[in-house]
Design a protein around this ligand. Structure first.
Ligand code: BGC
Length: 770
């Protein structure tokens, strides 16, 4: 049998290796075959009623190769061209766990921590290790392209898909993306960076016009993509659903050709988001090579345009070439036979490690954490029993299991209150049974309502326990943004429970620990005043409960820091004034088809002032700043040496000065001279995470800054310019937690002259510092 497989493998390799020259392949294709390369084979959308599907959506089937994958390409058997498989997503390989073709076998994938957790690790090597595990699972299950990572900016806390995205800062997001892509592609699986670009809200996402200044686009929204392309060369880019300054991203030549290919030199291909845009011919002309998941209408429109002389065959050939160049690198083209089995055991350990590093300790009054072994623990909150591994929609993963916090704690030396566990387990089971199954897989999961307790009940529980651990859960997903009431803000039941728990566990020696099992930012001011310790775990993947327990017990020292600011109030976030945009016609009715939205506009009036760039520059107090995170140990920063040559280098040492082994994240914030072009007070330009330092151990860190890293985009000159004057380099443990400082005087330099691209029709009033 083995021999037979090897023979097959050799045969298919031989068939294709004779055709590695893409141009030779293209010359052999008929017009129809070329057009088939520009569109996917369609999609049977699970759960969407037939009359709500886009017209002629299904031109083929994705299920014949890898069931549950998001898409496939056409095969051309006469030329030995196989089809390739595209599968989501940012937290793991999203495919069906069962296949009709293999009854009895399962194809579960590992659910890794969600993107916000991975970026909280600030660990690019870890991102690469996680990416490699994705690559191995994709390869073993027959996938060729991963539809991830997603690196849209966290513009507003209510963004429904923020859990799939990395950060409010493009340098952190871009570098984590690059690490992850390098890991994925090291295995031979192609990565697709998405959603290009300025897709920061979900409401009406397919009919939304994002109106944004050229400067904010370049300095914030495009910057992470540029970093990712330079540092990791992803095989594909997915354009976003929205319009950018009036033109759909997938139909936007300035975005996809002038900027991405000509200015940035990107060599891969661009695919649409699923069913994005309205004009197939405009998409191909703009440089959006592949239309996914593919419809018969798109095929017909492209063919008609070629026959009418409206679409040049050279344009088609250009896209086919970009697509085939990438396909040639895939497992399918190399004749790789997927085994259908993958290393779930090893990846379980990687998922647990990644979850550890993404957890951020926000508060730890009088060293409440780590909990002493054999402490008696009362576990509260329904999400302690149904811990949320990840969000919903295409970012979901069909995992074999998920460990709840209650289960995780039972594996430790802590003594959990079995009676309380039993009450919650029965309650959760009963309430869960009342919730009808979701009509469509991508809809948001409904959480079991929080359980209320009387003061007397809580006092009785407190009398026999040392610690209350309360988990607060939130979930979100595609198509919808979050709400302020009962989501960003705590519910009345949660507030009442926290108030009563604080009272019940206020005696000396007792404490209240709050675990935040959330996909995005929530209100933390109320929490701060009630909890002794707050651990932000995000949605930490299938090993959730084990990983949280490791941190609570001190088996692992928390080492995550915030990739996003936690504001005091939602209305203090400047984008809240215009999030998630407004329908152009206020009376417009929502279309029945869930894939369509109401034509809307979202004006990014805050310009470059996103996240800490706003709060810091305008001195608005926050609940927890960007880059913040506590540890069970302490670190000293010493011996800064700064040198400026072609690049600027800063060298210093970090020493573990406490009693526990731990990892530190050092961050470099640079303040540019404030005269001339208005600028944020300071910006993150580099960061590094140490290895696990034992008490007393040191590590030497070097930051390198290139002149272009210091440039700001001057919209009047369409150029990246380094302002002349004095720069402050702050080596910090978090924003404004400065440990070491250097200053340097630089002269003005134009580092790059660009074309005017993606300019909004009307100037957008950005906030002024004055
Ligand atoms: C999402 C993409 C995803 C695609 C395929 C779309 O709804 O926006 O992120 O990759 O579906 O599942």
């Amino acid at each position: 049998m083995k021999k037979h497989l090897l023979y097959l493998l050799l045969l298919s390799c031989a068939a294709l290796s004779a055709q590695t020259n893409t141009q030779e392949l293209i010359d052999k294709l008929t017009l129809d075959e070329k057009i088939y390369f520009l569109i996917g084979t369609g999609m049977d959308i699970p759960g969407v009623p037939d009359d709500a599907k886009p017209a002629e959506a299904v031109v083929g089937s994705t299920s014949n190769k890898v069931e549950g994958a998001a898409g496939t390409s056409y095969a051309v058997p006469r030329l030995n061209i196989p089809s390739v498989v595209f599968a989501d997503g940012p937290a793991g390989i999203r495919i069906s766990p069962e296949r009709e073709s293999n009854p009895g076998q399962t194809f579960y994938a590992t659910a890794f921590p969600t993107a916000s957790s991975l970026s909280s690790s600030w660990n690019t090597a870890l991102a690469a290790q996680v990416g490699e595990a994705f690559g191995i699972e994709g390869r073993d299950y027959g996938v060729d392209f991963l539809l991830a990572p997603a690196l849209n900016i966290h513009r507003n806390p209510l963004g429904g898909r923020n859990f799939e995205y990395y950060s409010e800062d493009p340098v952190l997001g871009g570098m984590i993306t690059a690490g992850f892509v390098n890991g994925v592609q090291s295995t031979g699986l192609g990565a697709t960076i998405k959603h290009f670009v300025a897709n920061n809200s979900e409401t009406n996402r397919t009919a939304l016009n994002t109106v944004v200044s050229e400067r904010a686009l370049r300095e914030i929204y495009l910057r992470g993509f540029k970093i990712a392309i330079e540092e990791s060369n992803p095989w594909a880019v997915m354009s976003s659903y929205n319009k950018i300054n009036g033109t759909y991203a997938s139909e936007n030549k300035e975005l996809l050709t002038d900027l991405l290919r000509e200015e940035w030199g990107y060599q891969g291909f661009v695919m649409t988001d699923w069913f994005a845009g309205t004009d197939a011919v405009a998409q191909i002309k703009a440089g959006n090579d592949l239309l996914m998941p593919g419809t018969a209408a798109q095929f017909n429109a492209i063919k008609k345009a070629v026959e009418a002389g409206e679409l040049d065959i050279k344009t088609i050939d250009r896209s086919v070439k970009a697509i085939l160049d990438a396909y040639q690198k895939t497992f399918a083209f190399k004749g790789y036979e997927a085994s259908g089995k993958t290393n779930l055991e090893e990846h379980k350990a990687i998922a647990r490690k990644a979850a550890h590093e993404g957890m951020v300790l926000l508060q730890n009054v009088e060293n409440t954490l780590p909990l002493k072994p054999e402490s008696k623990v009362a576990v509260f909150g329904t999400t302690s029993y149904e811990t949320i591994a990840g969000g919903t929609g295409s970012g979901d993963v069909n995992k074999a299991y998920s460990v709840s916090l209650a289960e995780g704690l039972k594996q430790t030396a802590l003594i959990t209150d079995a009676e309380l566990d039993a009450v919650y387990e029965a309650y959760v089971k009963e309430e869960r049974a009342k919730i009808p199954p979701k009509a469509m897989f991508f809809l948001k999961d409904e959480l079991v309502p929080e359980k209320s307790w009387t003061t007397a009940e809580l006092e009785a529980i407190a009398a026999k326990n040392d610690v209350a651990v309360f988990t607060l859960g939130r979930t979100s997903g595609e198509f919808q943004d979050r709400e302020e009431a009962d989501d960003f803000l705590l519910t009345e039941t949660e507030k009442a429970l926290l108030t009563d728990l604080k009272k019940a566990f206020s005696a000396p020696g007792k404490s209240l620990v709050v675990v935040l099992n959330v996909g995005g930012v929530i209100e933390t001011e109320f929490l701060k005043n009630h909890a002794d310790a707050i651990l932000l775990t995000w949605q930490p993947g299938q090993e959730a409960g084990n990983a949280i327990a490791d941190i609570l017990t001190g088996t692992v020292n928390p080492s995550g820091k915030l990739p996003v600011t936690f504001p005091v109030a939602l209305n203090e976030v400047p984008s809240s004034a215009n999030f998630p945009g407004k329908p152009l016609d206020p009376d417009a009715e929502k279309p029945a088809n869930p894939l369509q939205g109401v034509p809307s506009e979202e004006i990014y009036k805050e310009g470059i002032y996103i996240g800490y760039r706003y709060f810091d520059s305008f001195e608005v107090p926050v609940s927890y700043p960007f880059g913040f995170g506590l540890s069970y140990t302490t670190f000293a920063y010493e011996n800064l040496k700064a040198e400026a040559d072609d690049v600027i280098t800063l060298q210093f040492s970090v020493t573990n000065t406490g009693d526990a082994a731990g990892k530190e994240i050092a961050q470099l914030y640079i303040a540019a001279p404030q005269d001339g072009l208005e600028k944020p007070k300071q910006e993150l330009k580099a960061f590094a995470k140490t290895a696990l330092l034992q008490p007393g151990q040191s590590e030497q860190i070097t930051f390198t800054v290139k002149p272009e890293d210091l440039a700001f985009y001057d919209t009047t000159k369409h150029a990246w310019i380094v302002a002349g004057g004095q720069y402050t380099f702050a080596v910090s443990g978090a924003l404004n937690a400065v440990k070491l400082k250097a200053t340097l005087v630089l002269s003005e330099t134009v580092v790059e002259q660009t074309k005017a691209l993606l300019t909004p029709e009307q100037a957008i009033e950005e906030l002024s510092r004055k």
